[in-house]
Design a protein around this ligand. Sequence first.
Ligand SMILES: *Cc1c(COP(=O)(O)O)cnc(C)c1O
Length: 381
Amino acid sequence: MIPVTKPFLPSLTAFQSYVESIWTRQWLTNNGPLVNEFEREMKNHLNLSNFLFVTNGTVALQMAIHALDLKGEIITTPFSFVATTSSIVWQGCKPVFVDIDSETLNIDVTQIEAAITPYTTAILATHVFGNPCDIEAIEAIAKRNRLKVIYDAAHCFGVNYNGKSIFSYGDVSITSFHATKLFHTIEGGGIFTKNEHLLDKINVMRNFGYSGTDTFSEVGTNAKNSEVHAAMGLCNLKHIDEILENRRELYNFYKEHLSDCDLQFQVIQTNTDFNYSYFPVIFESEEAMLDCKLQLEKRSIFCRRYFYPSLSALPYINKKDMPICDSIAKRIMCLPMYHTLSKIDRALIVQIIIDTQQSFIRNRIAIQALESTSDPIVTAI
Ligand SMILES: *Cc1c(COP(=O)(O)O)cnc(C)c1O
């Protein structure tokens, strides 16, 4: 069976030696030494001074919205994981969708200003599949309209934009270290902000609002992460170059072999060091995508419709047509991407896709010929 993803696993011995140190100290959570070490190493690795390790990316989003004290409407993308929208609603704000760009799959910056109202307080944009948004345009719009900017950078570990970590942009950036992501801590998330005051506030918020023994300065929640999760992060961080290199190879293999297939690929932003973490393919129709997905499933290869459905179709959202997103969400799927995907399996995946696409196109041409022909014999069939 070939699933769409498998978590990266470091050597068991490396993980065990961290676990033994946890046993020796008997310190499992609450700002322990491994959490501190992980935060330090992460800041070094990313060359950033402000990072907080939290329980997951969803809580990171919720805390970002809460800490910025956002109210009213938040402009966001309908093409993302459900947590991007649900976090806005969870915090009592209203998501206002702006359609996406059909090539980058990120929020279409040319449509943002038309969606701003007197109630708008922020833009929450996702760097979809690790592809940086049009950051300059978003910052300019935010400045002109006095809006805050949060980036959902859950897919972005290893991405640099203009030579800096992608996590350094926006008022706040968040990421996810969930097991399905390129870099993971089993469960986990990160919050990044240049604003020291905001960072202190979120630091207090993630620990119930404790600002000292028996003092609470904020409404808090419990978003601290544990020593065991930090241990997994420390192990995996040692392999990050190898993980990124492996993804790049796999991505380029897919791209090269599928280039003649009449499929559309995501266009990556310029000035980007990309992480190649997903391989989304967009078919000409939902029917073509489903046909290909089925042929792969017959050989126990499981792709994922990601992201589907469009978030504008969520039951707790006022329905609004997002023509580009609605159309792409129906036609897109992500191919298997994981560290241990073998060369033989990669080749099998592309072969099945090529064969299915060819027979799909042959059928279409035959049907078109039938429909357009005036030859009485063919028409009679
Ligand atoms: C995974 C993901 C999240 C949520 O992260 P968790 O750590 O799983 O809570 C949020 N946004 C996007 C775009 C994601 O892919």
